[in-house]
Design a binder for this molecule. Structure first.
Ligand code: SDX
Length: 421
C-alpha cells in the first residue's frame, strides 16, 4: 500500500502505511514529530493505534471478536478458561498434557501467603471490592522471591486473582476463609473458595461452575481497552506485572468501563422500583442535561451488537432455567433493549448492548453480590491483561509509553508579590 501523504505549512511529507491481517490500515507516524515538528492530537485515542498486536481481533462494524483467530462463539462453547489462558498468554490452545500442567500449577499457586489476610483486615468491611483487589494485587508481589515479572509470576498473578476475589468476598461477609483445592479447576476453585465450608470437601455445582467458566472466557480479553492499555502503560516503565495489573484493576473499576456491569443491575433495579417506566429512563438517557446513561449500552469500537452480549443474552436464559430461577430484571433488560434499539437516538448513534448489559443478570442468578460484579470481570480479564503486558515487553518496538501534548496554558509570566495576587 502506498505511503500516506501529508502537507504541513506548504511542505509535503510521506509516512509509511501498515496493513493488518484483516486489512486494517494504520499510518505509521513514529517519525512525525522528528520530520515535521508537529504531533498528532487524538483525545481519547479513538483514532490512534498504540501497538501492533496478534492477540485479539475486533471488527466493531460487524460485531466480530476473535482470540488468536478463533471466534468468541466457538471458544465460549468448546473451551475452558485454562485453555484461553494458554491461548492468550502463550499464543496457542494447549494439548492435554499442557492443560493438566496449567490446571495443577494454577491450583498450587492459588494458595497465597497468609500475610494477605492482614492486608485485607486493614480495610473496612464496607470498602469496595475493586479497591481491595487493586491493593492486594500490589501487595501480593511482596511474598514471592521472584523478579515480579517472570513466567512464574504470570501464573501467580492469574492464580492469585482467583483467591483474592474469593477472600475479599469472605472478608466483607465476615466469613472464615476457604482454601483452594488442588483437585479443582479455576472456576470450580473460585466457587469453592467463595461459598465452600472451611475444612470440608468441595461441593461445587457444576452448572454454576460451567456458567462462571463461560463468563471468564467472554471477559478474557478485548484488545486495547482502557484497562489493558493501562496495564501496558504501567508495564512499559518496566514496573512489575503485579503493579501493572493492579493499575488495570483501577481502570476497570470505572463505571464507563468494567464498573458498568454493577451499574446495569442498579439501573434495572431502579426501573423496577420506579414501576417499570422504560420510556422515562430512555428519555433520561437521551437528555443531555441529565447525567444518566443507559448503562450496558454503547461502545467505543462496536457499532453493532457486541457478540459477547448476544452470547450472554442466551446464557442468561439457560442459567436461570438450569437453576430453576426467574428474574423480573431479565424481562426489564430485554424490554429496555427492544425499546432502545427502536429509538432513533440509539439507532443514529449505533448504540447496542455491550458485554455488561446481561452479565449482571447471570452473576445475580449465581448469587454473586452486585458489588462483586466488576471483580468477576477482572477475574476473566486478568488473562488478557497478562497477555497484553507480555506481548508489549516482547515487542521489538518496545519503549516506555510517553504521549506528547499540545500546551494551551499561559505564556511565560513573572510571579507577582502575594499582596498583588
Ligand atoms: C466495556 O473498550 C472496550 O473494549 C471496553 C469493554 C472491554 O471488554 O474491555 O468492551 C468493556 O467497558 C464496555 C462498556 C461499558 N460501559 C457502559 O456500558 C457505560 C455506558 N456506555 C457509555 O458511557 C459509552 O457508550 C462508552 C463509554 C462505552 C463509550 O463511550 P465513547 O466511545 O466515548 O462514546 P461517546 O461518549 O462519545 O458517545 C457517543 C454518543 C454521545 O452522544 P452525542 O454527543 O453524539 O450526542 O452516544 C451517546 C453519547 O452521549 N452515548 C450514550 C451512551 N453511550 C454513548 N447515550 C446514552 N447512553 C449511553 N450508554
Amino acid at each position: 500500500m502506498s505511503d500516506a501523504k501529508l502537507t504541513i505549512n506548504g511542505k509535503d511529507y510521506e509516512f509509511p502505511v501498515v496493513e493488518g491481517t484483516e486489512g486494517e490500515v494504520g499510518i505509521d507516524v513514529a517519525r512525525l514529530r522528528g520530520e515535521t515538528g508537529a504531533v498528532s492530537l487524538d483525545p481519547g485515542y479513538g483514532n490512534t493505534g498504540s501497538c501492533q498486536s496478534a492477540i485479539t481481533y475486533i471488527d466493531g462494524e460487524n460485531g466480530v471478536l476473535r482470540y488468536r483467530g478463533y471466534p468468541i462463539e466457538d471458544l465460549a462453547e468448546k473451551t475452558t478458561f485454562e485453555e484461553i489462558i494458554s491461548l492468550l498468554v502463550w499464543g496457542e490452545l494447549p494439548d492435554e498434557e499442557r492443560l493438566e500442567e496449567l490446571r495443577t500449577t494454577l491450583a498450587e499457586y492459588a494458595v497465597i501467603d497468609e500475610g494477605i489476610k492482614d492486608v485485607l483486615s486493614g480495610f473496612p468491611r464496607t470498602a469496595h471490592p475493586m479497591a481491595m483487589l487493586s491493593a492486594c494485587m500490589s501487595a501480593l508481589e511482596s511474598y514471592y522471591d521472584t523478579s515480579g515479572s517472570s513466567d512464574e509470576d504470570v501464573l501467580r498473578v492469574i492464580a492469585g486473582m482467583n483467591t483474592l476475589a474469593a477472600y475479599i468476598y469472605r472478608y466483607k461477609q465476615g466469613l472464615p476463609y476457604v482454601y483452594p483445592s488442588k483437585d479443582l479447576n479455576y472456576a470450580e476453585n473460585f466457587l469453592h473458595m467463595m461459598y465452600g465450608t472451611p475444612g470440608e470437601d468441595p461441593d461445587v455445582n457444576e452448572v454454576i461452575a460451567e456458567a462462571i467458566d463461560k463468563l471468564l472466557i467472554l471477559h478474557a480479553d478485548h484488545e486495547q481497552n482502557c484497562s489493558a492499555s493501562t496495564t501496558r502503560m504501567v508495564g512499559s516503565a518496566k514496573a512489575t506485572l503485579y503493579a501493572s495489573v493492579a493499575a488495570g484493576v483501577g481502570a476497570l473499576s470505572g463505571p464507563l468501563h468494567g464498573g458498568a456491569n454493577q451499574r446495569v443491575l442498579e439501573m434495572l433495579q431502579s426501573i423496577q422500583d420506579d414501576g417499570g417506566d422504560l420510556e422515562k429512563y430512555i428519555d433520561l438517557a437521551k437528555d443531555k442535561s441529565s447525567e444518566f446513561r443507559l448503562m450496558g449500552f454503547g461502545h467505543r469500537v462496536y457499532k453493532n451488537f457486541d457478540p459477547r452480549a448476544k452470547i450472554l443474552k442466551t446464557s442468561a436464559d439457560d442459567v436461570l432455567a438450569d437453576l430453576g430461577k426467574d428474574d423480573p430484571l431479565l424481562d426489564i433488560a430485554r424490554d429496555l433493549e427492544q425499546v432502545a434499539l427502536e429509538d432513533e437516538f440509539f439507532v443514529k448513534r449505533r448504540l447496542y448492548p455491550n458485554v455488561d448489559f446481561y452479565s449482571g443478570i447471570i452473576y445475580r442468578a449465581l448469587e454473586v453480590p452486585t458489588e462483586m460484579f466488576t471483580v468477576m470481570f477482572a477475574l476473566g480479564r486478568i488473562s488478557g491483561w497478562v497477555a497484553q503486558w507480555k506481548e508489549m515487553l516482547d515487542d521489538p518496538a518496545f519503549r516506555i509509553h510517553r504521549p506528547r501534548q499540545i500546551y494551551i496554558g499561559e505564556g511565560e509570566r513573572e510571579i507577582p508579590p502575594i499582596s498583588e495576587r
